[in-house]
Design a protein around this ligand. Structure first.
Ligand SMILES: O=C(O)CCC(=O)C(=O)O
Ligand SMILES: [Fe+2]
Length: 259
């Protein structure tokens, strides 16, 4: 066992909790406090029912008549469409373009990442259905650190694939990736699944009504739930610190272009 693994296992014992706390989107200090302590915070009612309905039809449009500026990702039997927020046509997709442009959300990103932050740069619309099997169903942290704004557009219960995470576990990636990050190196998909023993199966399901925002530090250990009944529609945006403006490299020396 390496020192770093011992250290991260020690951290996990001390700091993970079973609770995901809620806060209001205007309460920036409360949100930052939770993100720092837990790596995750819930904002129930971030989108109202009307915005949820509109966003739902915008997602169907993105899936079925994908505009040239949006890109289908390889995503099992469900759907995943990626786009840059700056490309989204606000006349045709008013909620997808505005949900992640709200000044309250930018205040959070600014407080979290500080000067040079990159606000809601990339957006995904995702649909998980029965039979969806994706590699994000395995416990992992994300390769390029970001703050994720993840909005449920369907009510999400235990059966339709809730997001799972281990509050407090964002310290693991921070520790494991310290040297890579100093050198601007992005880990591989395998690297971000090499986790301290005993973590698998400990993710807690984050349930919520349509319109709920889950804000999380992508360093947190997390995975998608498996849909056994119904479906889960969601939109999410990725915000970064100024570090993302620098050139990052994969382990093979090529430049990292992924979000
Ligand atoms: O779909 C989910 O619940 C989580 C997907 C994931 O790994 C992510 O958003 O980084
Ligand atoms: Fe992820």
């Amino acid at each position: 066992m390496t020192n770093s693994t011992q250290l991260t296992e020690g951290l996990m014992m001390l700091h993970t909790t079973r609770d995901v706390h809620s806060a209001e989107i205007n309460d920036v200090p409360a949100i930052i406090e939770r993100l720092e302590a837990d790596g995750v915070v819930l904002v129930p009612g971030y989108l109202d029912a009307e915005a949820v309905a509109q966003a739902t039809s915008e997602c169907r449009e993105l899936f079925e008549r994908t505009p040239s500026w949006a890109h289908h990702e390889d995503y099992s039997v469900g759907q995943s469409v990626r786009m840059e927020r700056s490309d989204v046509d606000p006349a045709e997709f008013p909620v997808v373009s505005s949900a992640f442009a709200r000044p309250e959300l930018e205040s959070v990103v600014d407080a979290f990442f500080g000067e040079g932050h990159i606000f809601s740069r990339t957006i995904y619309a995702i649909l998980d259905i029965v039979g969806s099997t994706t590699h994000v169903q395995q416990l992992h942290y994300d390769k390029m650190r970001h703050l994720k704004s993840f909005v449920y557009l369907t009510d999400v219960g235990p059966e339709n694939g809730p997001f799972h995470c281990l509050p407090g576990s964002h310290r693991v990636a921070r520790e494991q990736q310290r040297e890579n990050r100093e050198r601007r190196i992005v880990p591989t998909d395998e690297d971000v699944r090499q986790l301290p023993k005993g973590m698998a199966g400990r993710g807690i399901p984050v349930l919520g009504e349509a319109g709920t925002l889950i804000l999380f530090d992508s360093d947190i250990l997390h995975h998608a739930g498996i849909v056994t009944e119904g479906e889960r529609l969601a939109i999410r945006s990725l915000s970064f610190g100024s570090y993302r403006s620098e050139t990052w490299y994969r382990k093979d020396g090529s430049v990292e272009v992924a979000p």
